[in-house]
Structure formats: structure tokens, C-alpha cells
Design a binder for this molecule. Structure first.
Ligand code: SF4
Ligand code: SF4
Length: 304
């Protein structure tokens, strides 16, 4: 299939990104993820299909959208507020174009390899001058592996540095060809215990840890990251087992990603419940404590 005929569902392309690998980068966000981490700050990345965002704060209750919805998916309450019946909504986008206040938006767009590459290529001078490149993130990029491989090849052929940000929950058959082509892998360890991992992400970590071993065996440059979620994966025991596991694998450094609540607004826009209302962002004291504990395992720990 020619590259122009393969499309990927992409929900964002972030220019001048500096946290997803070396130098100045462009990060391409793929839609669709096999995990459901309770703390996910990109809930719009989880489903593979496009979704409808509704910004209630921008709505002036004009009801133009109600009139055009072909599926009767927009309901008006007694105060004139509009609500979306997500079961009926087919994400057709008719309401988006009639809303004069931009209170509606479709998240996720099917783009061809060429279209994404053209956007990525615009910043090539920045990559070359800063030692940067392109990062594939999401969601889980490998869920759209055919598209990913074509895009990756275009970037590699052009000499761009490439990085894959993966949750690791994908079969090795699919992951392997991507790992072989990409230069850097960003890999998350969310919990070391398989049962706890399933409880907080929806799936066991067995395949993830096996993939981590396989990536290391490929001698690939890898950055391991640990999202620090208070009360969910910050126990002394989990940190000790994680630290010694990474140490045995020969991992030298670890990035801690402290829990934050910046994604909450996105849950509202998608009409989804937020599951972690009971916890707060970790204090600096707690973060320092975790760093100290992990450093005991010979890891160089930084906060990402
Ligand atoms: S996207 Fe289409 S189906 Fe969904 S609410 Fe808007 S007009 Fe109705
Ligand atoms: S068209 Fe836009 S502003 Fe008007 S009711 Fe619908 S969402 Fe609100």
C-alpha cells in the first residue's frame, strides 16, 4: 500500500516539545491505547476513534447545534444547558461547524503519512541545530503499527532522530520492527506487581516487563519512566522491588513523572468520570523521599 493511502488517527502534533527525548522535537500523538491508567492525563488518547469535545464554558445556549444534530444526541435541560447523549452521538461533526463559539471540537483526525511528515518536516532546522527530532507518543503508537512504521521510515530516511513513547502493552511481533528502526525508547513502569498493575491500568504487566527485557537485549537506548501516583504505586515495597528489578536489568537511570491533575478538564469535555478525585499531587518532600529510595539501587533519578 503506498504511504499516501495509509492513514493514522492522530489527536495532536506538538511542535517545540522538549520533554520527549533530546533537543527540540515534534511529538506526534497517536489515538488509541490498550491501557486505562486511572491517572491518565490524556483521556482523549484512549479510544481509537475520533471523539467529540464539548467546552461547556464557551456555550451561550444558542441551540444551533440541537437543530442540526441528525441523531437527536443533544439534549436541552430546563435551564437551557445542552448536554450530549454520548450513546446516540455518532461524532459526525455537524454540530461543530454550526457552533459560532467553538464550544465543540472533534478530537482525532485521520491523516496520511505524507500529511504528518509534511508537518513534522517544517521544523527540521530546529532538530538539526538542537540534536532533536520526532517522538511518536499517544495513546499507544504501536496500535497503529502499519502507519507508524511508514512514518518512522520517512523520518529515518530523512535523517531525523526518532523516539517511541510506548506503554509496552503490545505483542513483541508488533513492537520488534518498530524498536529496530527507532533510536530511543521511552518506556513506562507503572507498577511492578502484576495484580496491582491490572488494578490501576486494566491489564497485567507481564507482557510489558517481557518487552522491556527484549528491548534491552536489542541494545536499544531506553529511558525508563515511573509515573508517581500517591497511594497507588508509591509504597516502600513497590519502590524497592521496582528499583532492584531495574538494577538487575542494568538500567542506570530513571525519570519520575509526578502525578498531576492537569488532565481533569479533558474528562469533563469528553463526558467521562475522573477516577482519582481522592488523591493530591505529591509534595516535594515525598518526591525527594522516593528519589532517595530509588537511588539506593544505583539509579540516577531525575524528575521529568
Ligand atoms: S457530533 Fe453529530 S451526532 Fe454527535 S452531537 Fe454533534 S451533531 Fe450530534
Ligand atoms: S451551537 Fe455551540 S454555543 Fe450554541 S448551544 Fe450548541 S454548543 Fe452551545
Amino acid at each position: 500500500v503506498p504511504a499516501k493511502d495509509i492513514t493514522g488517527n492522530i489527536f495532536d502534533i506538538q511542535m517545540f516539545s522538549i520533554n520527549d527525548g533530546p533537543g527540540i522535537r515534534t511529538t506526534v500523538f497517536f489515538k488509541g491505547c490498550p491501557l486505562r491508567c486511572l491517572w491518565c492525563s490524556n483521556p482523549e488518547s484512549q479510544q481509537t476513534k475520533p471523539q467529540l469535545y464539548y467546552f461547556a464554558n464557551l456555550c451561550t445556549k444558542c441551540h444551533r447545534c440541537v437543530a442540526v444534530c441528525p441523531n437527536g444526541a443533544i439534549i436541552v435541560d430546563e435551564d437551557g444547558n445542552v448536554e450530549i447523549n454520548r450513546k446516540k452521538c455518532k461524532v459526525c461533526g455537524s454540530c461543530v461547524s454550526v457552533c459560532l463559539n467553538e464550544a465543540r471540537k472533534i478530537v482525532g483526525e485521520n491523516l496520511s503519512v505524507e500529511e504528518v511528515f509534511a508537518l513534522v518536516k517544517r521544523d527540521e532546522l530546529f532538530y538539526r541545530n538542537s540534536g532533536g527530532g520526532v517522538t511518536f507518543s499517544g495513546g499507544e503508537p504501536t496500535l497503529q503499527s502499519e502507519f507508524l512504521l511508514k512514518l518512522l521510515k520517512s523520518c529515518t530516511d530523512y535523517g531525523f532522530h526518532t523516539a517511541l513513547d510506548t506503554c509496552g502493552y503490545v505483542s513483541w511481533d508488533i513492537l520488534k520492527p518498530v524498536i529496530e528502526m527507532v533510536e530511543l525508547v521511552l518506556f513506562d513502569i507503572k507498577h511492578i506487581n502484576p495484580i496491582e498493575h491490572k488494578r490501576i491500568t486494566g491489564e497485567s504487566n507481564q507482557m510489558i516487563l517481557n518487552n522491556l527485557r527484549s528491548i534491552i537485549a536489542c541494545d536499544k537506548e531506553i529511558t525508563v519512566r515511573f509515573p508517581l501516583i500517591p497511594g497507588y504505586n508509591d509504597s516502600r515495597e513497590n519502590l524497592d522491588v521496582t528499583g532492584s528489578f531495574l538494577n538487575e536489568l542494568g538500567i542506570k537511570s530513571l525519570d519520575i513523572l509526578p502525578y498531576h491533575r492537569l488532565g481533569i478538564g479533558k474528562y469533563k469535555r469528553l463526558g467521562l468520570p475522573y477516577m482519582l478525585n481522592d488523591i493530591e499531587e505529591p509534595s516535594q518532600e515525598k518526591i525527594d523521599e522516593v528519589i532517595n529510595q530509588l537511588e539506593n539501587f544505583g539509579l540516577q533519578v531525575s524528575v521529568g
